[in-house]
Structures are given as C-alpha cells and as structure tokens.
Ligand binder design. Structure first.
Ligand code: THU
Length: 299
C-alpha cells in the first residue's frame, strides 16, 4: 500500500467507510503516479468543529464540506520527478512522507449526498479524493486546473469502484422507470433515465392523456423533473421501451437540445441497445443560440 490514511472519527461512521476511503486514497495516489510511501490524516467531524477550524486557520467563520491542509509543496503530475524528490527529502523517521491533513464534515457530506441523489459513501469518497488531490498540489482556481482536477478525481473514483453511473446502470434505471408508465391508450410503455453532469439521475415515464395531445413522453418527464429542480446540464439519457427500440420523438429531441446539445442518447429494448449523439438525431438544429446569432447578424 503506497498511501496510509489515518482516520479519526469524531462522529459515528457507516460500517465499511474506512476501507472504502482507504481504497479511494490508494487509487488517488496511484492515479497521480506517486510510488513513495506517503500518508495523510483524515478527521471526520461535525459542522461546528469544521467551522472552528475554518475560522482558526483560514479566517473564514463558516462550516464547509471539506478542508485540506497540505504539508508539502508538491505540484501535480507534470513535475512529478520534482515532487518525488521533495517527498524523499520530507520523509519522517518511518520513511514515509506526510502529505497533510483533511477534515470532512459528516452533516455536510450527508446533505450533499442527498442533494446529488447518491449514497453517503460516494460523497465521502469524493470529498476524500478531492482533498487528497489538493494535498498533492492540485487546485481549481482556473477552469483548466479545475478540469484537470475533476478528471483525476473521476479516474481515482472509478478505480476505487465508486465511479459515476455506468451506461448499464442508466439503462437499468430507465427500465425501472418504465413500470410507472401511464399509457392506457397506446399500451406502449417507455422509461427514461437522464444523467446530469453533477452525477444525479432523473427518471421519467410516458404519461398519456385522454386528449392524446397532452401526452408527455418519458424523456421530457425526466428532463422537466431535472430542470424544475435547478439542474440544467446533462451528459447522457437512456430510454427503455417494452415493445420496440424507442428513439426519442421530434419534440423530445428539440427539448433535450435546449439543455444538452451534445447529449449521448442510449436506447434499449430487451437485451438490444443502440446509441447516438443528439446532433446525429437532430442535425442543423435550432437551439438557444440560433435566435441570438440571427439578431446579432442583423445588427
Ligand atoms: N413515447 C415516449 O415516451 N418516448 C419516445 O421516445 C417515443 C414515444 C411515448 C409517447 C406515447 O405515450 C407512447 O410512447 C406512444 O407513442
């Protein structure tokens, strides 16, 4: 094991959390390519405690989800040689190098897990990975730095087996949503699962109406649920139908294009599946910027 996470719980923790966080830490250090033995201290605490630490060390008098205090001045990957040399010099009597301290607020993590609709364990693992990459010199001040840090976090979480929703999981969620289909007129049941950039999944089914015209497709049900909860960025949608493969209808393509013009569209029917990008399904689309360009062009 190349990294040791020394964990102190101020608050009761879910069983198995320790092993998961250690696995996450291993994956982070491995993703960064550090082979020297290193360690970090993680303290899981309450809102008031993290607030005090935030006030004392950063002069910010409020609670937050995670704090990290690096002990080395490591820089990310591109200067790995330099970083390893530094770490070598900073080894303690046990031969390990102390990366720094991490503090996580349990109530904050629980609140965020609820918000994102994923398990507390995933939120914990994410916060641990985020903090560890800070300890290894990453930051998110500029967009490009933020992207690089996000990519590393994602890579490590995937490696630790708690990555984001897979296509298979998204399809399974779409199939599950299909059971709620209200389709007494067509008897054509459809379910959809829309994956947001923040990792949340919104599901939907088709909801028919005696007027026929007032019918809402599964895709738009999922989309409108998400947008009505303040989520507007999406990466993929899975659509499951019972009787045939259901590519989204024209109205749904247009509605999806409004928020996610590059959305991956996955369709599933029984064991069959197919995939296309939204621009293939809606070429030469009219989107939120089209009207603007037209106005600008006329000026
Ligand atoms: N439907 C969807 O929900 N999504 C699609 O992609 C295709 C069609 C619904 C609408 C209607 O309730 C039924 O399927 C038959 O058209």
């Amino acid at each position: 094991m190349s990294v040791l996470l020394e964990i102190a719980w101020d608050v009761p923790m879910p069983t198995g959390a320790e092993a998961l966080l250690q696995k996450t830490a291993d994956a982070c250090v491995e993703a960064e390519g550090i082979s020297l033995p290193v360690y970090a201290q993680l303290r899981v605490t309450g809102d008031e405690e993290i607030r005090q630490i935030n006030r004392e060390y950063r002069n910010i008098d409020r609670a937050t989800d995670v704090l990290s205090f690096p002990s080395t001045d490591c820089k990310p990957q591109k200067t790995l040689g330099h970083c390893e040399k530094k770490l070598l010099r900073e080894r303690d009597e046990t031969g390990r190098c102390f990366l720094g301290d991490i503090i996580i607020s349990l109530p904050r993590a629980a609140e965020q897990a609820r918000e994102y609709g994923h398990p507390l364990e995933r939120e914990f693992a994410y916060l641990t990975a985020h903090a560890l990459f800070h300890l290894m010199g990453y930051d998110h001040m500029r967009d490009e730095d933020k992207e690089r840090m996000r990519a590393m976090e994602e890579k490590a979480l995937n490696k630790a087996g708690i990555g984001r929703v897979t296509d298979e999981e998204l399809i399974a969620l779409a199939k599950e949503a299909m059971q709620f289909s209200y389709s007494p007129y067509s008897h054509y049941r459809v379910g959809a699962a829309l994956l947001a950039k923040n990792g949340r999944v919104f599901t939907g089914c088709n909801i028919e109406n005696a007027s026929y015209g007032a019918t809402n497709c599964a895709e738009r049900t999922a989309l409108f649920k998400a947008v009505s909860e303040g989520v507007r960025e999406f990466t993929a949608i899975a659509i499951a139908a019972e009787k045939s493969i259901a590519w989204p209808c024209g109205i749904c393509r247009q509605a999806l294009n409004e928020f996610a013009p590059n959305l991956r569209v996955i369709v599933a029917w029984g064991d069959n599946r197919d995939e296309a990008a939204l621009p293939e399904l809606l070429p030469h689309s009219f989107g939120p910027n089209s009207g603007m360009l037209d106005i600008l062009g006329k000026e």
